[in-house]
Design a protein. Structure first.
Length: 277
């Protein structure tokens, strides 16, 4: 892997400085300490295969590629994809997939029961949540994820009941994963520098005991509960599963909850309890 040592994050970003695309949410990492830390987090999962979404100029890719594992870089942008082909031309374990992460067919190893695939990404801000949910919706059996989000989004994943950041992303994210903050990343670690802080999160899959149908019901329930965030839960749930306010008030009371409770005060376990899952 010695040929990769010539590629510093700043040099990689500089090579593409005339091709930044704001429409794709591109902010290229230029801090080698950050890329090394993320690579170490990837290694902690002991994956057998790695998928990276939105590698951009390849700073994170170079750090992770040094692990020597089969590695697919999924890149939508034409200039970036061509550039990465050159950077990794003599790295047979690295492949470039030129496609849109929201619609592309994922590599076969993502569904190989004998493999331990991992997702890593400095996610484009404009589609970060959509990409996360693509892997949830597709029931992709990853051994873990190491993902960077805008800090505001990361805080929603980590939020506890009763806090202002707590909502749909908190409940559903924590249903599928144990989520840990790895580090905050300031704007000056990117080029161009975003206007906000970023945060790297580590996602450890939980064992899901519910059926696919039960999962869908749980998620629909959570969405309905937060539909009118400032209102009580019985008002938000009015009409959900053909039950009116009075019927939902009875459900709440039968499970030991006050009818005046709001969705933001319920934990993941509370939501599961309320629909008997």
């Amino acid at each position: 892997m010695s040929s990769l040592t010539q590629y510093t994050p700043r040099a990689l970003a500089s090579a593409l400085r005339h091709h930044y695309k704001k429409s794709l949410g591109q902010n290229f990492l230029i801090d080698e300490n950050i890329t090394r830390t993320i690579a170490r987090e990837v290694e902690r999962f002991s994956p057998t295969h790695i998928l990276e979404i939105g590698p951009g100029a390849g700073a994170l890719s170079v750090a992770v590629a040094k692990l020597g594992l089969p590695y697919v870089l999924l890149e939508k942008d034409d200039h970036c994809a061509d550039f990465l082909e050159d950077v990794f031309a003599d790295q047979p374990h690295v492949s470039i997939l030129h496609a849109d992460a929201l619609t592309a067919e994922l590599p076969a190893f993502c569904f190989d029961k004998a493999a331990r695939p991992l997702l890593v990404s400095n996610l484009p801000y404009n589609v970060a949540s959509q990409i996360y949910f693509r892997f949830i919706d597709g029931h992709v059996p990853l051994c873990g994820m190491v993902l960077m989000f805008q800090r505001e989004v990361a805080q929603r994943f980590l939020a506890e009941p009763g806090t202002s950041s707590y909502g749909i992303l908190s409940v559903i994210g924590q249903f599928y994963h144990e989520i840990e903050a790895v580090m905050d990343v300031p704007p000056n670690c990117f080029e161009p520098a975003p206007k906000v802080m970023s945060t790297v999160l580590r996602f450890i899959p939980r064992t899901i005991t519910q059926s696919t149908e039960e999962e869908a019901r749980f998620r629909a329930f959570v969405h309905a509960a937060f539909r009118q965030r400032r209102k009580t839960l019985v008002n938000s749930l009015n009409g959900f599963e053909q039950k009116d306010r009075a019927a939902w008030a009875e459900v709440l009371q039968s499970h030991g909850y006050e009818p005046t409770i709001r969705a933001e005060n319920l934990s993941r376990k509370d939501f599961l309890n309320l629909i008997d899952l």
